[in-house]
Design a protein around this ligand. Sequence first.
Ligand code: SER
Length: 320
Amino acid sequence: MTQTTQRILVTGACGQIGSELIPVLRQRYGDTNVVATDIRPPEADCLKDQGPFELLNVCDRARMDDIIARYAIDTVYHMAAILSATGEENPTLAWDVNILGLVNVLEIARQRKLVRVFCPSSIAVFGPDTPHDCAPQTTILTPTTMYGVTKVTGELLGEYYVHRFGLDIRGVRYPGIISSETLPGGGTTDYAVDIFYHALKYKSYSCFVRSDTVLPMMYMPDCVKATMDLMDADFNSLRSHCNFNLAGMSFSVEELANEIQKHIPDFVCDYAPDFRQAIADSWPQTIDDSPARTQWGWRPRHDLKSMTRDMLEKLRPRLT
Ligand code: SER
């Protein structure tokens, strides 16, 4: 295990993953060594009160470079992105934020010789031509969304910077992430979070994909663990860098609703599929993550049962 990281910058700090990754990074590396950045000011007090926060639009390379220089950053977690559903509503915005933002991070990493960069990818790299069950890591990537197009491009760019410039760039293909602290924004898998809020507040939920829709999902503690574990891995043990498949759990919406009903018996779920159904249908149902398991020891800890119990325990006091 390498432990060279000293000074970290996180983009997209106020987002679903950033807001839970930062407290863990600050706990481990020290509050002042983790600079949170986002295009909007933080709502969560902990982000601004416990360590430095800077406003940053990732498309603004000069400002990104200034922050990285000013704080003597050596490691970046580049979490800022436009997700699949928002990306379909505004494809050029998705391209600009996801591609220009990434190129800015990679170029600054090259010029300033940063030690390590984390650039997440997504199950959105897959498309209708990918095997739907046990999608392999190396497979046909023909995404139908602009988000997916930017994530395939991002994986290739990251790998290019590893081989062409000798940088240490790493990334995983996150599945849908389920969490209780910050709502996800603009993704197709958001229903798997929304359903908990509606179940507790209204005892009913109208889901925007069909009941039999199965997608790969992961609970936030596993998401943070995977991120930290990959960043800790010995670079020499990695045979690829920016495209690790990552599986947690896969379930249909109906199975999720049934699991919630075990805790909230009068909860009812109905279904009103919209444009996000086609996006969901283009992604695999299950993922083969054996390269992550063998190369850096990845193992998820949560399943549908434990995730549902924990989500309801965390959200109940806030919502009821
Ligand atoms: N959660 C993302 C989305 O639905 C997938 O990576 O867009």
